[in-house]
Every structure is written in structure tokens, then in C-alpha cells.
Ligand binder design. Sequence first.
Ligand SMILES: C[S@@+](CC[C@H](N)C(=O)[O-])C[C@H]1O[C@@H](n2cnc3c(N)ncnc32)[C@H](O)[C@@H]1O
Length: 274
Amino acid sequence: MRRLVRLAEVGPDDTVLEIGPGLGSMTLGLLGTAGAVVAVEVDPPLAAALPVTVAARLPAEAAARLHVVLADGLRLGPADLPAGVPAPDVLAANLPYNIAVPLLLGVLERLPSLRRGLVMVQAEVADRLTAPPGSRVYGAPSVKLAWYARSRPAGGVPRPVFWPQPNVDSGLVAFTRRTPPAPAELRAEVFAAVDAAFAQRRKTLRTALVPWAGSRDAATALAEAAGVDPGARGETLDVEAFCRLAAARRAAVAEPAAATQLAGAPAAEPGPPD
Ligand SMILES: C[S@@+](CC[C@H](N)C(=O)[O-])C[C@H]1O[C@@H](n2cnc3c(N)ncnc32)[C@H](O)[C@@H]1O
């Protein structure tokens, strides 16, 4: 946990968002350097115990920089953040592993103040989140994270450093927010194309995109309009190519002739990112 805190490189100008502080081992470290820590805990007894733990171990000045929020990180939005505290610019967290991907993508979507972060997740999830196109583990989480941020693996965390020892390995993911590769209003359509492409990842785009495009012909036409080989698989496409696919579909739906071809294709509804 000390390594995570050190690698997060937080300073007195940073407000750190920690999701799932649990017993507070990481919170204590973060309070050593951060200007403020907003710790979001869903479990009421743990949320109540955290300020007590911190007050018992740190000087009052440091304890005063902790702001505990009793909330579900999966629904966390700006309205849940403490008043009078600068909005968090850094996410530093040992995320609950079973919901790490939707937690990460969700806070990047709903909290635009987050500029960078370092999270600990299950090792396989770290590999998937940071995988480049063409990699065996590249998938929907990789593309969706690439919409929001540049990411990189920041090292593995072997089981024996934990007590009790978990039955999975852990990995760190560092990220820095980027300007999204397409306008925000296209995000749901891009993610719908991504979900379709990876729902059948061994299939070519002309087949895998049928549920999204409406038909095989429409999927082929959209891929060609986007400058993408319809015979390629989704795992070869970067986020920019998925943006071109989504833009092609938007354009086709807006055009009556193409809309006829695309009849029956479900429109992407704005929704949660994962
Ligand atoms: C330190 S994290 C995860 C630890 C470890 N990586 C794992 O997955 O087992 C565990 C903490 O996250 C909290 N937690 C779980 N789900 C949460 C959620 N949706 N929002 C905020 N906190 C959550 C739990 O109550 C617990 O205190």
C-alpha cells in the first residue's frame, strides 16, 4: 500500500479521491502528502470507523484533511462530494476487484475534475485495461479507458505482500486524462459499437456489428464508410477507429437513404459506461 501511495505522487495541491478505503491503510499514507483525501466507502460501519482510526494515528491537522463520504462509488457524482473541498484531481485507490472496471470508467465519466490516477486492480484486469490494439487481452475495457485516458501498467503486486493472502495477483494501472477522441455526445454510440465488436470477438466486424448496425450489409457499409476493413476483428481497432464507426452510423441514420438500409438497428441510448 505504501508503494501505491508513493507511485501516486500526490502533493499538497491535490485532492485525492479514494474509493473503498476499508480499514484505512492507504488513507493514512495518502494523508501524509495530499492536500485533502475524499474517501468514499459504501459500508456504514467502515465509513464511521475511518475518521476514528485516522484521528488515533495522525496529528489533528492531517486528520482534518480527511473527508469521508458514505456512498456507492458506482453512483458517485459531483453532488456527493464534500462542500468547501476542491474537487478531486487524483484517483488513488485499491479498488474493490469485482467492480473495478465500472467504478473506474464511471468516475472518469461523472467526475471531470479527475486528471490522473493510480489504481490497484486484479492483475488480469490491469492487463486488460492497459492493453494496446492487437493484444490478446485487448477488449472493451481497454477501448473504453482509452476514450477517457492514456494508461499504462505501473507494476505488479504479488500476493504475499497482503495479509491475509488473496487468491489473485494484483496490478497497478496509472492513467492521465486525455481529451476524448470524439465529441462527448458520440460516447454512447462509440461504446455501443465497442460492446458489439467484443461480444463476439472472434467474428469479423461485418458479422459482430450486426446487432448494432442492423444487418450484415449495414455493418459492412458502416465499416467501409469509417475506413475500416469489414473483414477485420474488433481487437485490431483503436478507439479512434471505433469513433469513426460511430460517426458513420450517426451520419447514415441522419441520411434517409442510408437510414432505410439501417432500419431495425437499435439506437445507442446514453447510459452507464460499462
Ligand atoms: C479496499 S477495497 C478492495 C480490496 C480488495 N482489492 C478486494 O477486492 O477484495 C474494499 C473496500 O471497498 C469497499 N467497497 C466495496 N464496494 C464499494 C462501492 N461500490 N463503493 C465504495 N466502496 C466500496 C468495501 O466496503 C471495502 O471497505
